[in-house]
Ligand binder design. Structure first.
Ligand SMILES: *[C@@H]1O[C@H](CO)[C@@H](O)[C@H](O)[C@H]1NC(C)=O
Ligand SMILES: *[C@@H]1O[C@H](CO)[C@@H](O)[C@H](O)[C@H]1NC(C)=O
Ligand SMILES: *[C@@H]1O[C@H](CO)[C@@H](O)[C@H](O)[C@H]1NC(C)=O
Ligand SMILES: *[C@@H]1O[C@H](CO)[C@@H](O)[C@H](O)[C@H]1NC(C)=O
Ligand SMILES: *[C@@H]1O[C@H](CO)[C@@H](O)[C@H](O)[C@H]1NC(C)=O
Length: 348
């Protein structure tokens, strides 16, 4: 992993003198899915019980579509009956472009996937670890959580300025705490699950800056003017205190993070949702046997509905790294690294 991390990015790209960002990319409407890669194989990343369809299967099976309202929908198969050993079809997409330190990601979401066995995430990653989760939820929980997973040496600093007081863990290292990451829970019980959907969803903002990583969540009724409509620029100083904040004093962003690709995925069971202790907090039975193999209608609520994702960068700085330059060999090597990490987690 160190070897891969040595592809460091010049420090200059992270310098942010003020909180002003300008739009560099939007994913919206009929063209939403144009610039994402579909994973196209089983979940070999988190040991979930899904097969992530490729782009052709995704449109044939309507697991990834743009609906009549013009919103992107990504969902789990809720019509097929499975037999023991089968995986259920689902979606994982990652952006073809990567975004440097000094970028801001805004996702307007109407519905998050939930239900027993369901583990969705809206997050970002370098082609390998480390990564940042803007939101993760699980099973029937009602609060989303956020976190970073990095190499050893990165922590959630006690000088963090954030509204959430629900701090689950502070060591971001993938080698600590069974790779839990440094996790902060969103205190708003409308940040995930049925209450998120019934209150109209909301907007998640991630600031990936040299001074630190910050996340804001605004339920629909509380979206500030500076995020209404199609803003060509956003000043983060107008957003108030973030719900979670990892200052550079605890985690040197330029040192620990490469440019990130954006990811939506929905897995089932796996390392987190399928962990029996976690599962039994909000569900009953056995994750795979009773839910994945169970009635397909268990997955009627297992979908993302996204109005848009917009990416902003610091004017005059390089924000967008084209995905075209990544070699196949490099990608294969990274997959191996990820698999090794997963195995390590299982053994600890
Ligand atoms: C914050 O962390 C630093 C370094 O670990 C420690 O020295 C300090 O006592 C902590 N402050 C508080 C208020 O916990
Ligand atoms: C994090 O802490 C909150 C509040 O104590 C708790 O409700 C939640 O289950 C915890 N999440 C994890 C992933 O441990
Ligand atoms: C949580 O969200 C609800 C609406 O979805 C809102 O009324 C409430 O003020 C929010 N609470 C906080 C602390 O943001
Ligand atoms: C949003 O604004 C940008 C320019 O700031 C423009 O390129 C884009 O087409 C607009 N999107 C929509 C959906 O109107
Ligand atoms: C499957 O779930 C979708 C929502 O993602 C819902 O609209 C549809 O009615 C469900 N299909 C069946 C057969 O229940």
């Amino acid at each position: 992993m160190r070897l891969l991390q040595s592809i460091t990015w010049p420090l200059v790209f992270g310098s942010l003198v003020h909180g002003q960002y300008s739009m560099v990319k939007e994913y919206i409407g009929e063209k939403f899915f144009d610039d994402w890669n579909f994973y196209g194989k089983v979940d070999d990343l988190t040991n979930g019980d899904v097969f992530y369809v490729d782009s052709k299967q995704a449109s044939q099976t309507t697991l990834a579509t743009v609906n009549a309202a013009g919103n992107a929908v990504m969902r789990v198969d809720n019509t097929s009956s499975l037999t023991f050993g089968d995986k259920r079809n689902s979606v994982r997409v990652s952006s073809q472009e990567r975004y440097t330190v000094g970028s801001l990601w805004v996702a307007d979401i109407l519905h998050l996937p939930y239900g027993c066995s369901v583990w969705p995430a809206w997050w970002s990653s370098a082609p390998n670890w480390p990564d940042g989760d803007t939101l993760e939820g699980v099973n029937q929980a009602n609060m989303a959580h956020m976190g970073l997973h990095t190499e050893t040496g990165c922590t959630l600093s006690n000088s963090s300025v954030q509204t959430s007081t629900l701090i689950n863990s502070t060591d971001c290292s993938i080698l600590a705490n069974n790779n839990e990451g440094c996790i902060v829970t969103n205190p708003n019980t409308t940040s995930y699950g049925p209450a998120f959907a019934s209150s109209g969803g909301g907007i998640f903002v991630t600031e990936f800056a040299a001074k630190g990583i910050s996340i804001w969540f605004f339920p629909r009724s509380l979206i500030p003017n500076s995020l209404q409509g199609n803003q060509s620029s956003i000043d983060t100083s107008t957003l108030g205190t973030p719900v979670a904040n990892w200052p550079a004093s605890g985690c040197n962003v330029n040192q620990f993070f490469e440019p990130q690709e954006l990811v939506f995925d929905i897995t089932l069971c796996g390392d987190y949702a399928g962990n029996q202790a976690t599962f039994l907090q909000t569900c009953s039975g056995i994750c795979y046997d009773d839910w994945v193999l169970g009635n397909p209608s268990n997955f009627d609520t297992a979908y993302f509905e996204v109005q848009y994702v917009r990416v902003y960068g610091i004017p005059g700085q390089l924000t967008v790294i084209s995905g075209a330059h990544r070699s196949a060999d490099f990608a294969a090597l990274l997959t191996l690294v990820i698999t090794a990490v997963s195995v390590f987690i299982l053994l600890t």
